[in-house]
Design a protein around this ligand. Structure first.
Ligand SMILES: *[C@@H]1O[C@H](CO)[C@@H](O)[C@H](O)[C@H]1NC(C)=O
Ligand SMILES: *[C@@H]1O[C@H](CO)[C@@H](O)[C@H](O)[C@H]1NC(C)=O
Length: 313
């Protein structure tokens, strides 16, 4: 606001608006609630994911963002365009336990989010101006909330302190459902979209965290709903490499396995985040892979990406 009155370094520090942190968080039931699994080995794997997700959530809270940008593969999905949620309030619930099958006992985890109404229209205009495939959605005359569910509620639950509700404004972006057939073909578009979003967010006055709602390969087991692919384990391993190194080669390797049938819903969000971190200088980010497990037929991974404050010498 008053940069001319301050020493340059202090001004730079005050202008703390930037992408300060990023995390990949699972939305699978078992990372949220490992006790759903009775098998000891499965439950232990789920517990690792659960604790890692809590750690990642604390990491994001500590970065003290004003706004959380979330990419979701399981929100409201348009056929072709990426979607930005415009309603001031988003609310809904995840039915936890559904991953055990249609007859399983479930319980509801509900959440209400406040949209960052300042950021969303600007981001939309910014992306449309560069010709991105993106559309905004206003529902019900903006007077009622837009719905959210497991893809949004479960990852963001890890950002929540048990005692206090989420106090961030959110920007929710969902990936179009052409991803089911075209995710690999969309790779360049996803990176470009992520880069444009990252650049925009990094120029905001407020601090922003980027969350990828993501599970990994869904073809780990022959008795799972998507069957078995020998590409599932190598897909998850390649994503794990990327989470520990940010090596672009690792995501190219993951792309090969996704193309072979890994069936990862979060693949698209990982590429968007890669685009953003690349745009903002991948050397400015410290990646940490906190967990990588496949307790049942689908894999999950947890990672954090810490921004090195290049301003402070
Ligand atoms: C979860 O919420 C839905 C919608 O309100 C409701 O139909 C369902 O019975 C709830 N499930 C449980 C286990 O409470
Ligand atoms: C928009 O989507 C089409 C595919 O329908 C694609 O060919 C085009 O490259 C996309 N635009 C951008 C800017 O990525």
């Amino acid at each position: 606001m008053w940069p001319c009155l301050l020493a340059p370094i202090a001004a730079a520090r005050l202008a703390a608006g930037e992408l300060v942190a990023a995390a990949v968080l699972p939305h699978g039931d078992f990372a949220y609630d490992p006790s759903l699994l009775v098998d000891k080995v499965e439950r232990l794997a789920a517990q690792k994911l659960h604790y890692a997700s809590q750690t990642a959530g604390r990491f994001v809270r500590t970065a003290d963002p004003a706004t959380v940008f979330l990419t979701t593969p399981h929100g409201l999905e348009l056929s072709h365009d990426f979607l930005l949620y415009e309603n001031p309030t988003l609310t809904g619930f995840a039915q936890v336990g559904e991953d055990l099958g249609p007859d399983a006992k479930t319980y509801n985890v509900s959440m209400t989010l406040q949209t960052d109404e300042d950021v969303v229209p600007k981001l939309l205009a910014n992306l449309q101006a560069i010709g991105a495939n993106v559309t905004g959605l206003e529902g019900f005359g903006m007077g009622m909330p837009l719905p959210i569910s497991w893809g949004e509620v479960l990852p963001l639950s890890f950002l929540q302190d048990s005692s206090t509700p989420l106090n961030y404004r959110v920007v929710v972006m969902s990936v179009p459902y052409r991803r089911y057939d075209e995710d690999v073909a969309m790779a360049e578009e996803l990176r470009t979209m992520g880069g444009a979003v990252g650049k925009f967010l990094s120029q905001l006055p407020g601090r922003v965290a980027w969350i990828v709602s993501s599970d990994l390969a869904h073809t780990h087991r022959a008795d799972g709903p998507y069957g078995f692919c020998s590409c599932a384990a190598p897909f998850d391993a390649a994503v794990g490499d990327w989470m520990s190194s940010l090596d672009p080669e690792a995501l190219r390797e993951a792309t090969k396995h996704e193309s072979a049938g890994a069936k990862s819903c979060g693949y698209t969000g990982l590429l968007m985040l890669e685009g953003a971190l690349n745009e903002l200088g991948r050397d400015n980010w410290i990646p940490s892979m906190l967990a990588l497990e496949a307790p049942t037929y689908y894999g999950m991974g947890v990672a954090t990406f810490e921004h090195i404050d290049s301003v402070v010498v």
